[in-house]
Design a protein around this ligand. Structure first.
Ligand code: NAD
Length: 290
């Protein structure tokens, strides 16, 4: 298949390389000077998209996505498929899907989870929104770049699933970290805390699979001085998207709101920038109630 791939950053680069490795003819474009194994680099997004059976975008935010949509949709052939794997706001996902539909282009919003490691290994999870037709055509590429693709519903449903999942993740990480900090002050050994909670009703992915306490539970960024992993600023981005969507849909999300404010403070006013999102634990550890 002829594939155009726009946005060849940390995630897009290995994803495009995996498609080329699987035998597809991939033409890519990025604003930055990039080199991707097996991929021909074009001079613009439109050049990469023109004549492609499938175009994939992996971009930083909704504003950039909308600009790229204006550039590529007019040159895409009718019946071709556009898969947007970026994490963006639900409103932008809807807007570009409508634009694609008007031009006869099938579109899928398909944000991912699994991070840079998952992108390199081809083990991402895709959360997809779009018509059945579009999903069926995108599925073989999801199989190359990932290990699981869930068709969540119509356009925007992929982004909705992604931000709801990550809102739970942010809130749960904070709860896990503050509970560890409280346990410390109550004189409870961290290993004992893990042994109990990981097998009791307080268990969660953040405790059991990504424990924020160094030396406890499976190996996680906590064991590597909180180098990301999943950076606190990326968690902040996703939490902000959740609150933007909650505003737009008039949903009451008090815990999501508090988690957003806390990660904002951590990233913008404290030392959270560039740290893994589990570095909330050393943050709480140093503080009292005041
Ligand atoms: P990145 O910043 O490394 O890559 C984005 C790329 O887009 C950059 O190389 C940039 O030069 C390029 N770009 C910007 N504007 C462009 C334009 N107009 N035309 C062409 N290229 C343009 O970011 P990333 O880590 O690869 O993340 C990409 C998306 O995936 C984001 O939406 C992010 O939230 C999401 N995501 C990231 C991770 C992760 O762990 N990094 C995990 C899941 C989802």
């Amino acid at each position: 298949m002829k594939i155009g791939f726009i946005g060849l950053g940390n995630m897009g680069n290995p994803m495009a390389a995996n498609l080329a490795k699987a035998g597809h003819e991939v033409t890519g474009f990025d604003m930055a000077d990039v080199d991707v194994a097996g991929v021909t680099i074009a001079g613009s997004g439109a050049d990469a998209a023109e004549g492609a059976d499938i175009v994939i975008t992996m971009l930083p935010n909704g504003q950039i996505l909308r600009a790229v949509a204006n550039e590529i949709i007019p040159v895409m052939q009718s019946g071709s498929v556009w898969i947007d794997c970026s994490t963006v706001d639900v409103d932008s996902a809807h807007a570009v899907a409508d634009q694609a539909k008007d031009a006869g282009v099938l579109s899928v919003d398909a944000p991912v989870s699994g991070g840079i490691g998952g992108a390199a290994a081809g083990t991402l999870t895709f959360m997809a929104g779009g018509s059945d037709d579009a999903f069926v055509k995108a599925e073989p590429l999801f199989d190359i770049m990932g290990q699981k693709a869930v068709h969540c519903g119509e356009s925007g449903a992929g982004q909705a699933a992604k931000i709801c999942n990550n809102m739970i993740l942010g809130v749960t990480m904070i709860a896990t970290c503050e509970a560890f900090a409280l346990a410390d002050k109550l004189g409870l050994d961290r290993q004992k805390m893990f042994d109990v909670v990981s097998t009791s009703s307080g268990y969660s992915w953040t405790m059991n699979a990504y424990c924020p306490a160094p030396g406890v539970g499976p190996t996680s960024p906590a064991d590597n001085e909180y180098q990301p992993g999943f950076a606190a600023e990326l968690m902040l981005k996703d939490l902000r998207l959740s609150q933007q969507a909650a505003e737009s849909a008039d949903a009451d999300t008090p815990m999501g709101q508090v988690a957003t404010a806390l990660y904002q403070k951590f990233v913008e006013a404290e030392d959270g920038l560039g740290m893994d999102f589990s570095a909330m634990l050393p943050r709480f550890e140093k503080r009292g109630r005041g």
